[in-house]
Structure formats: structure tokens, C-alpha cells
Design a protein. Structure first.
Length: 397
């Protein structure tokens, strides 16, 4: 009931809206607002990774499972800490984080560690770090901040889209220079998704997408020899079964041998006898499919899908543009990780160096993804904060 602009509790609607938008700066109050069910699912996924890496190590926590859990423990603390940070602080940090990520990408080209024909790692404090993983998070944070500041109503002005387009293109070009085509493509797709979610007009999208079908031959001509070999191997893996086609052929054999229920934990023939290459990183899902079968593989895919959908729901529930775009960007990053890796090991796309998040062995992907999940939790914790001038369209009784 309303009387003279008052609700039944005696508050004006504007006062009620102001109170609800007022952030709670008490750390304990914020901690209680963390989506602990989502955190639990993240821990379960990391547990799956431990089990798989324990098997990849021949039934031992060394050299993969143990160090991975140490990284996850550090990442979990970082995730909770980041979740308590105010969106205002995150927006202030967007430019430094983005500039740091771009600087690290530039340093890779000058002093990077070469592995498998590409410069993708730099040594920091005795540890190898892959800046391209961090660049994805930096781009998401930067674009969310930019689109939050310009607002949806000014998206129709093409000049407003030039700066974020350049912000997206810069890390894409630097990662391509390493070269790392898979990660560069993922960065580009994340940027395009955030453009669309921010309110990019349909004619603008068509204008950007129209040239792509005609650029395929040009892009192929500029690929490195090993990248062309990956595409040729994808189309005809049987032409070189002991060379370029070896990885994907062994992956298909391992997945097929798992059958419905698998060969049993620590009893996968391809994995335990070391026929399966890169079983602790890119092809970790193949080990899961071989030992746990179709049922185990589907269970892992359902868990991954649940985390993706949870991230999307967090983005939808946010009442401010920054939180929506931040949540969507992180959820899309996680989805592309999963989609590319799973498609790769099943032979649906050419093999590339994209790990399965929180399951594959590796510090860079683990820590940057946990930092991303922290940003996602921050969007959830502060989901009720409103954009300046945003009207409450709910009819209060």
C-alpha cells in the first residue's frame, strides 16, 4: 500500500532505492554474500583435476598433482580476496591491469622463453608465466570499465567504438606475434562478445563481420609452417600417423577405448603406457575419458557447463552495466577455454595449446582463471549496486 508517496514502512521510494544501492563496506558482510555454492563447484572441478593429474603422474602426487593443488590453494585465497573488492576499486585498477598485461606481452617478444616453436613464457621470480592468459582478464576488466563509463545510449556513435576496438586489437596482435593463434582467437572472441553485450548496434556488427569470410585465404597465407601443418593434420591425420597426426590419433584411440564406463582409474592403457602425448596438459580430458569412460566424461562436461551457466546467471543478476559485462566476459573466457580444449581432443578442430581450466597442469592458466573467478564473485557480491542515475522500475508496495 502507498500513501502520499510513502510505502507501508514509511520510506519514500527514492530513499528505499538509495538504501538498497548503498554498498556495505564491512568485510564480513561481503564475505557472507559470496556465492559459496559456486565456490564449491570450483573446488570440485579442481578436485577432478587433482585426480586426473595423480593418474597422469603414474599414481603419484609428484610431479603434477601436488604442485597443482598448492597453486589452487593460493588461487582460492586470491579469488575470495578479489571478490570482496568494490567495483569502484576494480574500475580504478582497470587501466593499470590492462597496461601491465600488454607490457608483459611485449616483454615476451624480447625476452620470452621459446617452447615448441613459439615464445609464450617469461621467467618471473624463477617461475614461468604465460602473459597471454593474464591478457584475457586484463581485456575483460578494461572493456567492462570503458562500456560502463560511456553508457548504452552512446553506443550508437561509431567514434565511441574506436578506442575499445584498438584496446582489443593490441593484445590480439601481440599474441599472434608470439605466435599463438588459438589464444589470439579467444581474445578476439571475448572482445567481440563484450561489444555485443554492451549494446553494439546490428549494422555495426554486420559491418565488422562482413569481411571475415574473404580473409580466410589471406590469414592462412600468413600462418607459420607448424600452424599450417596443424590444419592439414586436422583434415588428414592419417597422412602422418607417427608425426604430425600422432597426437590426435592417440587421443581418439584413448577416448574410444574408454567405452561406457572406462578402463578403470590408473588402468588406462594409452595414458599409463605413455602413448598419449601431453596427457597432463592439453590432453588431460582424454585421460579422464579413457579411465572413466563416457559416463565420466559427460559428468565433467556437465560440471564445466554448470560453471559456465552459473557465470552467465551472475552476469544477468547484476543491476549495473559494469557487473554484467565483467561477469559475461569471465564466463565467456571460461567457456572458450572448455569448448576449444574439448573440441581439440575430440578431433573437431585443429590441435592448439589451450588447456582445460583447473584440470590441466599449469600455473598461468590456473592463477589467472582463479583471479577471473574472483572478479566474477565481486560482480555477484555487489550485484545490487546501481549505475548512477539508474531508475528503479520495480513497483513497490
Amino acid at each position: 500500500m502507498k500513501r502520499n508517496g510513502l510505502n507501508t514502512f514509511g520510506f519514500l521510494k527514492s530513499d528505499r532505492r538509495l538504501l538498497r544501492a548503498e554498498p556495505d563496506f564491512r568485510p564480513m558482510a561481503r564475505l557472507l554474500q559470496v556465492n559459496w555454492l559456486y565456490v564449491l563447484l570450483v573446488c570440485v572441478l579442481a578436485g577432478v583435476g587433482y585426480i586426473a593429474l595423480y593418474s597422469a603422474g603414474g599414481g603419484s602426487a609428484k610431479p603434477f598433482a601436488g604442485p597443482q593443488m598448492v597453486r589452487f590453494g593460493f588461487g582460492l585465497v586470491m579469488m575470495i580476496a578479489v571478490s570482496l573488492v568494490s567495483p569502484r576499486v576494480l574500475r580504478m585498477a582497470a587501466v593499470p591491469v590492462y597496461l601491465l598485461s600488454v607490457t608483459l606481452l611485449a616483454l615476451v617478444l624480447r625476452m620470452g622463453h621459446v617452447g615448441k616453436g613459439a615464445e609464450r613464457w617469461i621467467n618471473l621470480a624463477g617461475m614461468q608465466f604465460q602473459p597471454s592468459e593474464f591478457a584475457k582478464i586484463g581485456l575483460v576488466l578494461m572493456l567492462a570499465t570503458w562500456f560502463h563509463r560511456i553508457g548504452n545510449e552512446r553506443m550508437g556513435n561509431p567514434l565511441r567504438l574506436i578506442p575499445p576496438a584498438l584496446l582489443t586489437l593490441l593484445p590480439v596482435l601481440l599474441v599472434l606475434k608470439e605466435p599463438n593463434l588459438g589464444t589470439a582467437t579467444i581474445i578476439g572472441v571475448i572482445g567481440a562478445t563484450m561489444f555485443f553485450a554492451a549494446g553494439m548496434r546490428l549494422w555495426q556488427i554486420l559491418l565488422l563481420v562482413a569481411p571475415l569470410p574473404f580473409m580466410g585465404k589471406l590469414i592462412y597465407s600468413h600462418l607459420h609452417d607448424y600452424q599450417k601443418a596443424r590444419i592439414d593434420t586436422f583434415l588428414h591425420p592419417e597422412h602422418d600417423p607417427l608425426g604430425a597426426g600422432y597426437n590426435i590419433i592417440q587421443s581418439k584411440i584413448a577416448l574410444g577405448s574408454g567405452g561406457m564406463w572406462g578402463e578403470g582409474y590408473l588402468h588406462g592403457s594409452q595414458g599409463q603406457l605413455n602413448f598419449l602425448p601431453e596427457k597432463q596438459t592439453d590432453f588431460i580430458f582424454t585421460m579422464i575419458g579413457e579411465e572413466w569412460g563416457f559416463v565420466g566424461g559427460i559428468a565433467v562436461i556437465v560440471l564445466l557447463g554448470t560453471l559456465v551457466m552459473g557465470g552467465m546467471l551472475i552476469a544477468i543478476r547484476s543491476r549495473n552495466q559494469f557487473g554484467r559485462l565483467l561477469g559475461l566476459g569471465i564466463a565467456m573466457d571460461f567457456f572458450l577455454y572448455c569448448a576449444v580444449n574439448l573440441s581439440m581432443v575430440m578431433g573437431a578442430i585443429p590441435v592448439g595449446g589451450v588447456p582445460l581450466p583447473l584440470i590441466s597442469y599449469g600455473g598461468s592458466a590456473m592463477l589467472t582463471m582463479m583471479f577471473g573467478f574472483g572478479l566474477l564473485m565481486s560482480a555477484w557480491v555487489h550485484r545490487n549496486e546501481r549505475d548512477p542515475g539508474q531508475e528503479d522500475d520495480e513497483d513497490e508496495d
